[in-house]
Design a protein around this ligand. Structure first.
Ligand SMILES: Cc1cc2nc3c(=O)[nH]c(=O)nc-3n(C[C@H](O)[C@H](O)[C@H](O)COP(=O)(O)OP(=O)(O)OC[C@H]3O[C@@H](n4cnc5c(N)ncnc54)[C@H](O)[C@@H]3O)c2cc1C
Ligand code: HEM
Length: 413
């Protein structure tokens, strides 16, 4: 445990480090990747280029440091990050590497202001924080490997079936190459897919939510093709999955992970809100709900640009016909002529508080949502404006997680 003098130094220097955060983070990644280029196989290059992820790691260290004398309070956030680390294959031996490079970056940027005393305090604090992560992650590795059908690291899965779900989303049905059982999962969880692309020689790891209910002999992921738009390049892994993989090909998957999961003990109404490809965990939850809680009222709200990019619509409509407890609402930002002729959507425009008030059956509902990143905060505040309690709001980011408001442990710059 840290002594009081060390804790005082840490707390008084956190604001200084945060102020110089961008410089320290930039230097940190330069040092990290030049001394350990092998780590480029696990970090997401697109997130680095866009600065999305860049600050997350270092900021989380500062935020944890600010809570250094009350680390149990931030355990839920540690667990969320640890799920991601476990699914990527971050190991105990990586922590000293990150620690050394973070310390070196702090020293480089702060210069003489980083006294030996300050650097020693930060080395000690990082050691304490790292040991919390390592312990939580070790128990996750043990669980992933030790469970029925579980495994260590990345396991080979064969693409049994590739099914087009919309103009931009395709599902992949994946069965284990070794034909042994596969681990169960909670609806809402994701797998990491590790691919090696011919253009740069690196492995690229991406998360994909499991899009069908658990208990099947396959895992299903449903992937949106991220096309190039203007100066923005096409997404590497999603386009490779769409264009370069075929049925019979092999993908490498780590065991299901993630803390965004359906609470199946809850009997209250449930509202599932998705936008675009954010429907994948919601369809997994929906399929599970109709299979296992046939009397629980479900409201499924999906927003899409228009009908041509609206995936799994027929499947969800079929469920709605068969299950009177399920009510479905579609919101199209720009319905096309075919949509207008068919009249198969319920609202033109975006999800907002006034409309949500008319479709949510009760504010005493559990709400799960996953929408494109720019809309996450909007949907969150709309739900609060409807009167849904904070404790009933559950959400997933399809990128580095960010807090939607006053964070206990901020993960974004
Ligand atoms: C928990 C979780 C669950 C997820 N579930 C799903 C799911 O079910 N289905 C799904 O489709 N996705 C899902 N995702 C997103 C998925 O992991 C990938 O991020 C997504 O497929 C894009 O990966 P990519 O390799 O195709 O794109 P990347 O190559 O990673 O690029 C991502 C974006 O960055 C842009 N970009 C890249 N380089 C630059 C640059 N230099 N300048 C500007 N922009 C740049 C690209 O244009 C692209 O839009 C999930 C993510 C998480 C974290
Ligand atoms: C105490 C130390 C650490 C903290 C506080 C920390 C924090 C974080 C945070 C907040 C995220 C973003 C989580 C999300 O996407 O939702 C993250 C992701 C990640 N972390 Fe860590 N991390 C630490 C150590 C490490 C180590 C030792 C490694 C391995 C070298 C590592 C590798 C990664 C990778 C590869 C990602 C995903 C990056 C991406 O998608 O671009 N982290 N970490």
């Amino acid at each position: 445990m840290l002594n009081e003098a060390t804790i005082a130094i840490i707390k008084s220097t956190v604001p200084i480090l945060k102020d110089r955060g961008t410089e320290i983070t930039k230097r940190f990644y330069e040092l990290l990747f030049s001394s350990h280029p092998e780590l480029l196989h696990i970090f997401n290059h697109a997130n680095q280029k866009q600065g999305k992820q860049q600050a997350a790691l270092a900021n989380a260290v500062y935020a944890a440091a600010a809570h250094i004398d009350q680390l149990p309070a931030i355990l839920p956030v540690v667990k969320q990050i640890a799920h991601k680390h476990r699914s990527l294959g971050v190991k105990a031996e990586h922590y000293p590497i990150v620690g050394q490079n973070l310390l070196a970056a702090i020293k480089d940027v702060l210069g003489d202001a980083a006294t030996d005393e300050i650097l020693q305090a930060w080395a000690d604090a990082y050691g304490v924080i790292a040991s919390v992560f390592i312990e939580v992650e070790q128990s996750m590795y043990d669980q992933a490997e030790g469970q029925d059908g579980g495994w260590e690291g990345f396991r080979a899965f064969v693409i049994q079936k590739k099914v087009k779900e919309s103009d931009v989303i395709t599902s992949f049905y994946l069965v284990p190459q070794d034909r042994k059982p596969i681990a169960g999962f909670e609806p809402g969880q994701y797998v990491s897919v590790q691919t090696k692309l011919p253009d740069d020689g690196y492995t690229h790891i991406r998360q994909y939510s499991l899009s069908d209910a658990p208990g099947k002999p396959y895992y299903r992921i449903s992937v949106k093709r991220e096309d190039a738009i203007g100066s923005r390049p096409a997404g590497k892994v999603s386009t490779a999955l769409h264009e370069k993989t075929n049925e019979g090909d092999v993908l490498l998957l780590s065991a299901p992970a993630g803390d965004f999961t359906l609470n199946r003990d809850d009997k209250r109404p449930v509202v599932l809100i998705s936008g675009g490809v954010g429907l994948t965990p919601m369809v997994s939850m929906l399929n599970t709900l109709v299979e296992t809680q046939p009397h629980r009222p479900v409201t499924f709200i999906h927003s899409a640009q228009n009908g041509s990019v609206h995936a799994m619509k027929e499947h969800v409509n079929r469920l709605a016909q068969a299950h009177p407890q399920l009510s479905v609402r579609y919101c199209y930002a720009e319905p096309n002529e075919a949509d207008q002729a068919a009249g198969t959507y319920h609202r033109e425009g975006y999800v907002d508080a006034d409309w949500l008030k008319t479709v949510i059956p009760s504010t005493n509902s559990s709400v799960y949502f996953c929408v494109p990143q720019p809309f996450m905060a909007v949907v969150n505040s709309a739900l609060k404006a409807c009167g849904v309690a904070d404790s009933d709001l559950h959400y997933e980011f399809f990128g580095p997680a960010a807090s939607l408001e006053q964070p206990a442990l901020q993960t974004q710059p």
